[in-house]
Design a protein around this ligand. Structure first.
Ligand code: FEO
Length: 404
């Protein structure tokens, strides 16, 4: 699949692979639509691969590589990021191409050793910020992007064709079922899967993402080639703006996410009252999750999108409902901000759920609490229904006021 210069001997070719067998990313995030490991080869006076693939997919990867370069030798493999989904081809490349050099920064070469990938000194090229690798026609410049999302992460920029090989940045879950460019694809799946990837994988590192976006703001970019998901050759400005919003944890849409944990249905009943009143007030996007059912990676991604969050829990052994705690912990760990927050819950005899959500609200100072926490005992009485309706109205008022 050619990226650039179709009729030239200086082509850039996508040699990525689709993995539709994988069940869970990092062994915990469900992959409904699979994932790609994108790899690119530049055919120039020198032959250079940018990022490898996960070890189990090397068969497909090497078939594509050999079909592209024939019996030519590979001169360089650039390692923008050492996680095994990209470094899984290095050992085989070192064996197959005796003259290949592994190009990475000082951190990446040292971290590779922890993955049992030993690159001999005479086969490593250690690069620094803005070093240039000359392939002939293509001159590659390296931009370090520490903590997007590992300390050794970097991007490679082709100054000739203005292509940014951004590794995990601008990446997405989802295999490429035909289209590899964003303008060829139906974006319905990718819009959600890209945000789910960003929020769960990169979301904690907003400041480093902002630093990289600032660093690259003066660089002309004709195409963004990430290591997962679609290649962006159109709407570059828009996708960078979207990334900027995500990095700042700014919501991109009006709406309310309600997440609850309920054992006997009373907290769920409270969530229904809140949701119905929000709908009654014209809030079109109200998404209600039962935390015991939906994997947190989806809930997390939806929270990333919307302006308001309402959390509810019953009490469980003087504490919060067990399936709510990991979500709260992750939101605290990532430092969620720029959201309205409502709190509700239920207890029979001990309490603990609402108490924990209040602690969460105190920890995350970037949240604006709306109304008072509502904690009731058992089923919803008419008076308690009115209190919930009042909370929903306060939240709707906030959102409607923001439309102006
Ligand atoms: Fe695609 Fe952080 O590895």
């Amino acid at each position: 699949m050619l990226l650039m210069n179709q009729n030239s001997c200086f082509s850039i070719v996508w040699i990525g692979v689709n993995d539709r067998k994988i069940e869970k990313w990092e062994s915990h995030i469900p992959l409904d639509f699979g994932v790609t490991y994108n790899s690119y080869v530049i055919l120039d006076e020198k032959i250079c691969i940018i990022d490898g693939v996960e070890e189990g997919e090397n068969g497909d990867f090497f078939r594509k590589l050999e079909a592209t370069i024939g019996d030519r030798q590979v001169d360089y493999i650039i390692i923008n990021h050492v996680e095994p989904d990209h470094s899984g081809s290095i050992k085989s490349l070192l064996k197959m191409y005796p003259n290949i050099k592994v190009v990475g920064n000082a951190k990446s070469i040292s971290i590779l050793k922890l993955l049992d990938i030993d690159v001999p000194d005479d086969r490593a090229i250690v690069v620094k910020e803005k070093d240039i690798l000359d392939l002939g026609k293509h001159k590659l410049t390296f931009y370090l992007m520490p903590m997007v999302h590992w300390p050794e992460s970097m991007a490679t920029y082709d100054t000739t064709d203005k292509i940014l090989f951004s590794n995990d940045a601008f990446g997405s879950f989802g295999a490429l079922d035909g289209a590899i460019f964003n303008d060829e694809a139906n974006l319905n799946i990718f819009e959600n899967e890209m945000r789910r990837y960003y929020s769960n994988i990169v979301g904690k590192f907003g400041a480093p993402v902002n630093a990289v976006l600032k660093k690259l703001s003066s660089v002309e970019i004709s195409c963004i080639c990430p290591s997962h998901g679609l290649i962006w050759r159109k709407y570059i400005k828009e996708i960078i703006e979207r990334y900027q919003k995500w990095a700042n944890m700014e919501p991109t849409k009006e709406g309310v996410v309600i997440v609850y944990g309920s054992m006997y249905g009373h907290t769920a009943e409270m969530a229904e009252v809140l949701g119905r009143e929000l709908g009654n007030r014209g809030i079109k996007d109200v998404i209600i999750y039962d935390s015991s059912k939906t994997d947190h990676s989806y809930i997390f991604s939806t929270i990333w999108k919307y302006k308001a969050l309402i959390l509810g829990s019953c009490a469980h052994n003087n504490d919060i409902y067990p399936k709510m705690e990991p979500l709260l912990h992750k939101l605290e760990n990532y430092g969620l901000k720029n959201r309205y927050l409502g709190i509700f819950g239920n207890m029979m005899w001990s309490g603990g759920g609402v108490k924990r959500i209040k602690e969460f609200a105190d920890t995350l100072t970037g949240l604006e609490q709306v109304g008072e926490p509502i904690e009731i005992k058992g089923h919803v009485t008419p008076a308690e229904r009115d209190r919930l309706i009042e909370l929903a109205n306060l939240m709707a008022d906030k959102l409607i006021a923001d439309r102006k």
